[in-house]
Structure formats: structure tokens, C-alpha cells
Design a protein around this ligand. Structure first.
Ligand SMILES: NC(=O)c1ccc[n+]([C@@H]2O[C@H](COP(=O)([O-])OP(=O)(O)OC[C@H]3O[C@@H](n4cnc5c(N)ncnc54)[C@H](OP(=O)(O)O)[C@@H]3O)[C@@H](O)[C@H]2O)c1
Length: 264
């Protein structure tokens, strides 16, 4: 039987690397995508040695224009057929919208929204042609509400959530054999949370922080089961359900106060 290939973006560390480990343990070969070549090489070597699988690496900055097409062309040149696609790479900036430089915010949108959409479009057509495939998009609990001070990050993840739910339904209704899952982690213990330009300005209680291993396992389980939605952690699922019941203006005011307070 042909060994399946999974393509994971943002694969060299954090939640992405944990996705790779979970899939490698299930026998998938892994194509790792991120920017930094030596981190990719180290992570790929670890996977090959620990799980006896084949890996490939592609260095690619998904915040740059046309990255998705270049990535797709490179995968085709290597004659790799992607069975599982994980759109995990994402950028986050905390702070006032007006104060974060525009170029950084445009990169965030390029990576979190445009690259994710283009990569999905390119690979979903291949998957539909072959009559099977799994796509896992990484959003966030931030997708379920407007978040002042994480303004366009939350908006970008709301896009990922809405886009993934709609695409999941389109794929199912057309009986394509392709499933689309969106996973919405809350605070997770990775470099993103530790980086002073990203999550570290927030004072998050440790009890609220998930492990990347747990998030990855829940996400892959949901993806391989063909579920459309996954919110890791019972309290997060309850929290998101409650938030949907409250007036949006209240929720926005609450999170504005919490994020401004948490950044002091
Ligand atoms: N950590 C959290 O609290 C949390 C919560 C909810 C959702 N999420 C989401 O989960 C996903 C993974 O986050 P994480 O916390 O695991 O991040 P992370 O620890 O910062 O890891 C990021 C990974 O993405 C790669 N990457 C970064 N920028 C890239 C770019 N422009 N092009 C290609 N690859 C890039 C990094 O490698 P290079 O730097 O070498 O490129 C690295 O492999 C993101 O979509 C994030 O929004 C995270």
C-alpha cells in the first residue's frame, strides 16, 4: 500500500512540529514547510530517526506574495501527492492597531489569510481529482470573538474559521471524499506565546495554557475522523458556546478590558 504524505506548514516547531510527530507515529511521511532551513533539517532528522518515515523539507516564507503557488509547484516538481494538508503557520501581533506598523500587519494577513486560502485552493483541487484528502486549518479561540489589541489576528482567524466551515460543507455536499477540519486552540505553550512581539506581553495564568502535544493530538484525531470543528479542552468548548449566546458588544468590551489589563 502507498505510504501517505502529509504537508504541514509552520512545521519546524510549536504546534506544527507536534502535528508532524502525531502523523509520523501513524506512519505518514511528512513534508515540512517553514522559513528557517536549519530548523527544518533538525526537525526532519528527528522525525526520520524517531518514526522511521520519509521526510522532505521546503523553505518558504508564507508571508511573501506568490508563496503558495511556488510551494505548490515545488511539491509537484518533486512528484509528491499530498494526502493530508495542514495549514498551521500563523503570525500574531499584540497592541493597538494604529501603532503596529502596516508592513507587519500586511504580512500577517498574507500568511494567515491569503497563503492559507491559496494553498487550500491549489491542493483541494488535486485532492478532489484523486477522490480523497484531509485538510486541517489552524484557527484559534480568538476566531470566535472580536479582540481589541489582537485586532487583525482575531479577524484573520475568524476568516479561517468561517472559510473552513463553509468549505467543509461544500466538500461534503459534493461527495468529493475530501474533508476540511478547523482546529481552534486557546493559549498554547509555544514560541508564539513566549515571543515579546507576539503573545508574551499578555500575562496568561499557567492554568489557562494548553500543551502543543495535546492540541496536536486533538486536531489530528478530528482531522482524520473527518470532523469539521475541533476546540481542544472542555472549558474552551463551554467558553466558546457561552460567548455565542452573549451580545457581541459586551464580549468585545470585556476582551478589550482584559487584553489592555493583561498587557500592563
Ligand atoms: N500558541 C498559541 O497560543 C496559539 C493559540 C491559538 C492558535 N495558534 C495558532 O497555531 C499556529 C501555530 O502556532 P505556534 O504557537 O505553534 O507558532 P510558533 O511556535 O511561533 O511556530 C511557528 C512555526 O511557523 C513557522 N513560520 C513562522 N512564520 C512563517 C512564515 N512566514 N512562513 C512559513 N513558516 C513560518 C516557524 O518557523 P520559521 O520561523 O523558521 O519560519 C515555526 O515552524 C498558528 O496559526 C497560531 O496562530 C497558536
Amino acid at each position: 500500500m502507498k505510504t501517505k504524505f502529509a504537508l504541514v506548514t509552520g512545521a519546524s516547531e510549536g504546534i506544527g512540529f507536534e502535528f508532524c510527530k502525531v502523523l509520523a507515529a501513524k506512519g505518514y511521511n511528512i513534508l515540512l514547510v517553514a522559513r528557517t532551513l536549519d530548523k527544518l533539517q533538525t526537525s526532519a532528522k528527528f522525525l526520520e530517526q524517531s518514526y522511521n518515515i520519509e521526510t522532505q523539507i521546503i523553505s518558504c516564507d508564507l508571508a511573501s506574495p506568490n508563496a503558495a503557488q511556488k510551494l505548490f509547484d515545488e511539491v509537484n516538481d518533486r512528484k509528491i501527492s499530498v494526502d493530508v494538508l495542514i495549514n498551521n503557520a500563523g503570525l500574531l501581533f499584540n497592541g493597538f492597531f494604529k501603532d503596529i506598523d502596516l508592513a507587519s500587519q500586511e504580512k500577517l494577513l498574507q500568511c494567515n489569510v491569503l497563503a492559507l486560502t491559496s494553498i487550500t485552493h491549489l491542493f483541494v483541487n488535486e485532492m478532489v481529482r484523486q477522490g480523497s484528502g484531509r485538510i486541517l486549518n489552524v484557527a484559534s479561540t480568538a476566531a470566535w470573538m472580536a479582540i481589541p489589541n489582537q485586532n487583525i489576528y482575531a479577524a484573520s482567524k475568524a476568516y479561517v474559521l468561517s472559510f473552513s466551515h463553509a468549505l467543509a460543507d461544500e466538500m461534503k455536499a459534493a461527495k468529493t471524499g475530501v474533508s476540511v477540519t478547523v482546529v481552534c486552540p486557546s493559549y498554547t505553550d509555544t514560541k508564539m506565546l513566549a515571543n515579546p512581539n507576539q503573545g508574551n506581553v499578555l500575562k496568561i495564568p499557567r492554568s489557562m495554557v494548553l500543551s502543543p502535544e495535546y492540541v496536536a493530538k486533538k486536531g489530528i484525531d478530528a482531522c482524520l475522523a473527518g470532523k469539521s470543528n475541533c476546540i481542544p479542552g472542555f472549558s474552551n468548548r463551554v467558553g466558546m458556546a457561552l460567548i455565542q449566546l452573549l451580545p457581541k458588544a459586551w464580549v468585545t468590551t470585556f476582551f478589550g478590558r482584559w487584553y489592555r489589563h493583561a498587557q500592563c
